[in-house]
Design a binder for this molecule. Structure first.
Ligand code: PLP
Length: 375
């Protein structure tokens, strides 16, 4: 039996909505479906303003442009994260101060952030690993005392909560991803949530290539002009129509994915109790959104042996995130601090196949093979 790592899930309404978008005669961006997605997501999760983008990377780039970075400005970013979390800010001129993970969780260790702040620091980026919330009260408190912008990398965090507040609604800005490996998908897609009303107007201009075209389309201005920096961050209506179909099945998708998560957890609990693997420690303030299933083992050798064992059985289990502070691109720019937790997670994490159409018996099969490896 072959079990892939990921399989995109379609709801049956994608084609219907995409054809409808084509029939209206406008398939470029910021049309009917884009607005429907914005309204739905703002209402459901309490985002100030939503802007669909072509990727989470684009959303983070928009955040970087909004920061108006000057040479030498710094951004605090976890080392254990996807490349885009840091690269989007580096592209727009930031120097990165990398922060370590917590000892017991891949999320950033908020207690280490304050020591990284300098007079040049402009923003703190919090990435919610596996859709599990970072310690947002603590991060928000540090940011407000030092007058910094908080940016959530919520690529994995749709429909996840911190103390009853939706992730992505807490920072000044937040990026989401609708890439085919995430909970909600539209091929390549993303979104910037702007929760600080002072940033809304400029975000809309940056989104529309530095023009006030969105305001013109609403009838707020008589002509549209080049008014600021910007780029083409908005996706086509085809992409938005696909996403709107997914939003229509949001509850079903989430219910299913969370069920798969809990089933994996129950199936692997005995190994955790024996100390052979370490199931994720769910922070008290966080919820489970079924974005992925991961656990850790004791060392890299065992992790690599487990992955190759599973792969030989046709189970595509993977690891990910090589620490960014020692990446080929950044290591010569990094300040030399060791970040032992980020390194340890990158060496010991195992991710199991995870997608909507994975059956509970598939989960039992995969978990059974993990148990077989240890027994
Ligand atoms: C997937 C992911 C991204 C990038 O998302 P894209 O939509 O592919 O640009 C960024 N950060 C994290 C944490 C991710 O998991």
């Amino acid at each position: 039996m072959k079990i892939p790592f990921n399989k995109p899930h379609f709801t049956n309404n994608e084609i219907k909505h995409i054809i409808q978008a084509a029939m209206t005669g406008q398939i470029s961006g910021n049309g009917h479906f884009t607005r429907k997605c914005h309204r739905f997501l703002e209402k459901k999760y309490g985002f100030g303003k939503a802007f669909l983008t072509s990727s989470c990377t684009d959303a983070l780039e928009m955040a970087a442009v909004l920061l108006d970075l000057k040479p030498g400005d710094e951004v605090i970013c976890p080392s254990y994260t996807f490349v885009s979390t840091a690269a989007s800010f580096v592209l727009h001129g930031a120097a990165i101060r990398f922060a370590d993970s917590r000892p017991e969780h891949p999320n950033v260790d908020a207690s280490k952030i304050e020591g990284l702040i300098t007079p040049r620091t402009r923003a703190i980026i919090a990435m919610h690993y596996g859709g599990m919330a970072c310690d947002m009260d603590r991060i928000t408190d540090i940011a407000s005392r030092h007058n910094l912008i908080v940016i959530e990398d919520a690529a994995l965090a749709i429909d996840a909560y911190y103390k009853r507040r939706a992730l992505g609604s807490i920072g000044h800005l937040a990026g989401f991803s609708y890439h085919e490996t995430k909970n909600l998908i539209t091929g390549e897609g993303g979104m910037l949530a702007v929760n600080d009303s002072a940033l809304e107007e400029r975000a809309e201009i940056i989104w529309e290539k530095g023009t006030n075209r969105a305001a013109f389309k609403r009838g707020d201005v008589r002509k549209y002009e080049w008014v600021d920096v910007g780029s083409s961050y908005l996706p086509s209506e085809i992409t938005a129509a696909g996403l709107y179909a997914q939003l229509g099945s949001l509850e079903d998708i989430q219910k299913r994915r969370v069920q798969i998560w809990h089933h994996y957890y129950a199936q692997l609990r005995s190994l955790d109790e024996k100390g052979l693997i370490h199931l994720p420690v769910i922070p008290e303030h966080a919820t489970i959104n079924g974005s992925m299933f991961f656990f850790t083992v004791d060392n890299r050798k065992q992790r690599d042996e487990l992955l190759s064992y599973l792969n030989k059985q046709g189970i595509q289990a993977v690891f990910h995130y090589l620490p960014l502070h020692i990446s080929p691109f950044y290591k010569k720019r990094h300040d030399g601090r060791e970040l032992p937790n980020a390194v340890r997670f990158s060496e010991t994490i195992v991710r199991l196949p995870f997608y909507y159409d994975l059956t509970l018996s598939d989960v039992e099969h995969v978990a059974g093979k993990v148990r077989e490896f240890f027994l």
